[in-house]
Design a protein around this ligand. Structure first.
Ligand code: BDR
Ligand code: CA
Length: 310
């Protein structure tokens, strides 16, 4: 049994990742902690509650976290990709359940330190909650089983800017703290998430399952598909957050390499860039296991098989 906490900013692809995790009996999803990102934190928190409700799992706690980056203002541009409600402008009714009164950083500390070495943390939004938590309790990094993040890019271009990936770009200072905190950290970045594409034909097949989960995915992804068609002339979208979950479920889907990675925190054009020192020229110990390749067709089959199961 793998015990999981997901830190998230739902987010269309976040919802696809969370619903994926819930399909595996060997995964015990213990909580969602929320953060600003694709939309503001009040909205990502409501969305987290809604997603759990779709899966009939509103027993899982949702704990709200940071509403802005550590040192910067929240830019709030993610609505262009995810819609003003963060879920493809489906404008779903309010969730029945309520968020917990705790705050994400303190909650992560109490859950992880309460079960040393047991909890896998998956972060699929900006890393602000994790940075706050590990700053308050530096031993956190040694007490997770593993930390898997969706974020960054070391071998190719960014998406928020020509060089920076959105989750890192949304809070570069937080990312820098997290990258240097000493966790067993795996980065599932654009280097691999862009290698897997969910096409409109794949979504049409998925819709045929006609379960509450596939109906939901089909509804929220319409906006996402339109964005990719208009902005990138693609008939489908890159699979970001579900890829990080794919790594947790089956790391053999990926090829990875350990390397020293640093995060650019300046205010210039390279802000939020993740840089890998492949030749050891900065003479720093390796800190990240970076995913560099993925068996996309095996991943897509795994996703389809589990998400469509009745
Ligand atoms: C990441 O940014 C967000 O838009 C997505 O939810 C994903 O976590 C991709 O760069
Ligand atoms: Ca996300």
């Amino acid at each position: 049994m793998k015990r999981l906490i997901i830190d998230t900013d739902p987010g269309i692809d976040d919802s696809m990742a969370i619903l994926f995790a819930l399909r595996f009996p060997e995964i015990q999803l213990e909580a969602l902690t929320t953060v600003f990102g694709n939309v503001g934190v009040e909205q990502t928190t409501l969305n987290a509650l809604r997603i759990l409700e779709v899966a009939g799992r509103d027993d899982i706690p949702v704990v709200p976290g940071a509403g802005k980056p550590l040192l910067r203002d929240y830019r709030g541009k993610g609505y262009r990709v995810h819609g003003r409600d963060g879920l493809g402008e489906t404008n779903l009714p309010p969730p029945r359940a309520q968020a917990r009164p705790e705050r994400a950083a303190e909650y992560l500390i109490s859950r992880i330190m309460g079960s040393p070495g047991e909890i896998t943390l998956v972060a699929i939004g900006p890393l602000t909650n994790l940075a706050l938590a590990v700053s308050l309790e530096p031993r956190l990094a040694q007490n997770v089983q593993e930390l898997v993040i969706m974020g960054g890019a070391v071998a190719g271009p960014g998406n928020a800017t020509p060089v920076a990936e959105a989750n890192i770009h949304n809070d570069p200072e937080a990312a820098r703290i997290v990258f240097h905190a000493g966790w067993p950290l795996t980065m599932v970045g654009l280097d691999v998430t862009r290698k897997t594409v969910i096409s409109s034909a794949y979504l049409a097949r998925l819709k045929e399952a006609a379960t509450p989960i596939t109906d939901f995915i089909s509804a929220v992804t319409a906006f996402y598909l339109r964005h990719y068609r208009e902005r990138l002339s693609m008939d489908g979208f890159y699979v970001h957050d579900p890829s990080a979950m794919g790594y947790v479920l089956d790391p053999t889907l990926f090829q990875s390499q350990k390397v020293y990675v640093d995060v650019e925190i300046g205010d210039g054009r390279s802000s939020g860039q993740t840089m890998a020192d492949w030749r050891g020229q900065w003479e720093q110990p390796v800190n990240v296991n970076v995913c560099l390749d993925v068996d996309s067709s095996r991943f897509l089959d795994l996703y389809f098989e589990h998400i469509t199961r009745k």
